[in-house]
Design a protein around this ligand. Structure first.
Ligand SMILES: Nc1ncnc2c1ncn2[C@@H]1O[C@H](COP(=O)(O)OP(=O)(O)OP(=O)(O)O)[C@@H](O)[C@H]1O
Length: 327
């Protein structure tokens, strides 16, 4: 468990560890609120004022810091160590969550998320409330659990990585001036008409196969975001990745096959010989290699990334501590 983050010693932070997680004690917690000024569509000023008010009323030690587009958070590393920061609260979407956790996951801090993105896939799959105030209340009273993440070659992913159709949507979405669900849906529909299969070779421990597929999703969270489920059996804490391969099929059948997947009617499969006849392959594995033979576009946690010819993908079990709902 090379990447696993350990929590600080109990005596310095007043953390109570139980079988089901780490119960937080607010007395000695020290917070950094990392606010992304551009994520999502809703205005954050009013919420940031509320955040300050609640924090002042509760006598919390906190600092508000803006996020940045480079994803470089090295400037926080010494601060976290020197000032005994215990909690990093991310106010943004999945792209921000990816960058912040990728940079700070080795440090003994807990992460909280107040969902202010367009999709918020990790937050929603962790049961974090949509309403910012409720999400903050969960952070103040909730339980931090070790959750998985994964590496895609040398790049970090904590939610969902995709090749093909959905990655093309992520690329087109990023090029738009407006964000939010409306723009995302618009780009998805436009891309649906242009969608075509790409060729992949998927290499598992003792087995490999070729597939022509509209897209491949590698999921730690169960969804793309906005509670749009893609991998119904995915669990943030099971040490496994859920792989969804939407294979070549008549395009008229595509929405129905995806609907079946979303509804959980396409059960997890043991890969067998008639795989090429299945519309959607769905299986779990801790690692795999995908050879991207036609250079399908790539996204990592919803952010467009330069594509790669070969992706070695491996789970990082219990990678970081996330304050999540236990319901
Ligand atoms: N201060 C900043 N100025 C400009 N861009 C920023 C800043 N801070 C972060 N970013 C960038 O904002 C982008 C969007 O962030 P994020 O992914 O959180 O929101 P979103 O795309 O609207 O939501 P989601 O990923 O949940 O769909 C990221 O690429 C991130 O690098």
């Amino acid at each position: 468990m090379e990447y696993s983050a350990e929590l600080p010693p109990v005596e310095t932070l007043n953390i109570i560890s139980t079988k089901s997680g780490t119960v937080l004690n607010s007395v000695k917690r020290r917070f950094i609120y990392l606010v992304n000024p551009v994520s999502g569509t809703s205005k954050k000023e009013a919420f940031v004022r509320l955040l300050k008010n609640i924090s002042d009323q509760r006598n919390l030690t906190y600092e508000i810091v803006p996020t940045n587009s480079t994803g470089n958070y090295d400037f926080l590393i010494d601060k976290i160590r020197d000032e005994f920061i215990t909690d990093i609260v991310i106010i943004g979407g999945d792209g921000t969550v990816n960058q912040v956790i990728s940079a700070l996951r080795h440090l003994p801090v807990r992460f909280g998320i107040i969902p202010f993105g367009s999709g918020n896939g990790l937050a929603y799959s962790a049961g974090i409330p949509k309403k910012p105030k409720e999400a903050f209340e969960l952070i103040l009273s909730g339980t931090a659990m070790p959750v998985d993440a994964f590496m895609v070659n040398d790049q970090f992913s904590c939610m969902l990585t995709g090749l093909g159709f959905d990655a093309q949507v992520a690329h087109d979405f990023a090029a738009k001036h407006s964000r939010g669900l409306f723009t995302y849906t618009q780009q998805s529909l436009l891309n649906y008409f242009k969608a075509h299969p790409y060729q992949f070779e998927v290499v598992l421990e003792n087995f490999s196969f070729f597939s022509d597929a509209f897209f491949i999703s590698v999921a730690n969270s169960n969804q793309f975001g906005n509670n749009f489920t893609i991998a119904p059996a995915a669990d943030l804490q099971d040490g496994l990745l859920d792989i969804v391969i939407v294979q070549k099929m008549n395009k008229a059948k595509l929405p129905f096959a995806i609907l079946r997947q979303i509804r959980g009617n396409n059960k997890l499969q043991q890969l067998v010989e008639d795989m090429s006849n299945k519309n959607i392959l769905y299986f779990q594995t801790p690692s795999l290699t995908i050879k991207n033979l036609k250079l399908a576009p790539l996204h990592i946690d919803g952010e467009p990334r330069e594509t790669m010819e070969e992706l070695k993908i491996e789970i990082i079990p219990r990678c970081f501590h996330l304050i999540r709902s236990m319901a």
